[in-house]
Write a protein that binds this ligand. Structure first.
Ligand code: IDP
Ligand code: MG
Length: 152
């Protein structure tokens, strides 16, 4: 068991549709904690930095427009193996393939409007968290979580 931090974005459609509370609830009910949270109007430079790995792909321009089209909410979510756990709560990239019960499986229809971002590895999480938050904006509860979570 490792306590990890992961970067979650409630993307423009999630905020516009009033689903931020619902999405946060999914993570909170699973026992993850919120270590940082901020509402952003995203500029193109930050969006491109965040999605740098997709630069050059056919969907990249549309993806950048999507992220910059309306306010988003960025979060640092913390917990045991939080990177993989949050990805499973989010569901598959294409909502058609996302299991019912996952965020995308319950609330999204298309890959171009799939509501949420979650880091895909601890290394990505570290890189992405630094794009959205200063270290002093993150309130880690690692020690409380370690005491509370029992691994087997
Ligand atoms: P992920 O969000 O599940 O990690 P990635 O493959 O990293 O998925 O893609 C990043 C984001 O780019 C997706 O969440 C989605 O918004 C968008 N995206 C990925 N593939 C496509 C596509 O084929 N068409 C339109 N948008 C796409
Ligand atoms: Mg990804």
């Amino acid at each position: 068991m490792a306590i990890e931090q992961t970067l979650i974005l409630c993307k423009a459609d999630a905020v516009a549709r009033g689903l931020v509370g619902e999405i946060l609830t999914r993570f909170e009910r699973r026992g993850y904690t919120i270590a940082a949270m901020k509402l952003f109007t995203v500029d193109e430079a930050r969006a491109k930095k965040h999605y740098a790995e997709h630069d050059g792909k056919p969907f990249f321009p549309g993806l950048i427009s999507y992220l910059t089209s309306a306010p988003i909410v960025a979060l640092v979510v913390e917990g045991s193996d939080a990177v993989e756990g949050c990805r499973s709560s989010i569901g598959a990239t294409n909502p058609i393939k996302a299991a019912p019960g996952s965020i995308r499986g319950d609330f999204a229809q298309t890959i171009g409007r799939n509501l949420v971002h979650g880091s895909d590895s601890p290394e990505s999480a570290k890189r992405e968290i630094a794009i959205w938050f200063q270290p002093n904006e993150i309130a880690s509860r690692k020690h409380d979580l370690e005491a509370w979570l029992v691994s087997t």
